[in-house]
Design a protein around this ligand. Sequence first.
Ligand code: HEM
Length: 227
Amino acid sequence: MVGIMAFPRTTIGKKVIMALSGVIWVGFLFFHAYGNLKIFYGAAYFNAYAEGLRELGHPILGHEHALWILRVVVVAAFGFHIWAGITLKLRNWDSRSTKYVKNKYLHSDSAALTMIWGGLVILFFVTFHLMDLTLGTPGVNSAFVHGDAYSNVMASFSSGTHVAIYMVALIALAFHLYHGVWSMFQTFGLNNKDWTDLYKGLAWVLALIIPISLALIPLSVMFGIVS
Ligand code: HEM
């Protein structure tokens, strides 16, 4: 019997941590996409939503308190996800006694490579995205105005380079979500061979909803549907 403190160091413990931290991010992204789609209702509605996020839980909670609690949870989940992913991969490489001839990757290896590259793209993207729409770093989004999320989004997507960066990140996110949801199914025992196609279909549906919803925003600004 493995003690509670030793559980995160076991392979299944790390997989459970990956799955649970992944679920926290999927939850965050689902509400992020849902919230950001309010851009189609216009500037006043969108900015009221952004301000509402800061006042969440008010008057029981103070200004931005709930937002900061959520930030701590998603940042912690991000850290645990990366830690569990790296240590799992290192363990996998350590335990492999035979090397592949001609460096040919098996299916699971190509999936793992997709996860690592996709994960790195997402990590770089989140850094860029925070500089772009949360911090307004000069040189990234020089037209940034504190408290005006709507014009910040418009300013960002008036640049073709920004739209391209977001599109690449959202494609990487779709593949990362697909493999992540699929691995999560395996971790939680949803691996009945007869239902593989159903699980794969479900994983694709879950993996595509969020990136497609988010992609509508930069594309709509670029094509002048939202202005
Ligand atoms: C087209 C796609 C996206 C749009 C339009 C968008 C929009 C925004 C906006 C407007 C903010 C600033 C909110 C505010 O401070 O008022 C923000 C913050 C943020 N976004 Fe996104 N986002 C997109 C995609 C993503 C993706 C793919 C991720 C993660 C993989 C992400 C993660 C975050 C995070 C972590 C924050 C900071 C939240 C906070 O601390 O308040 N976003 N996003």
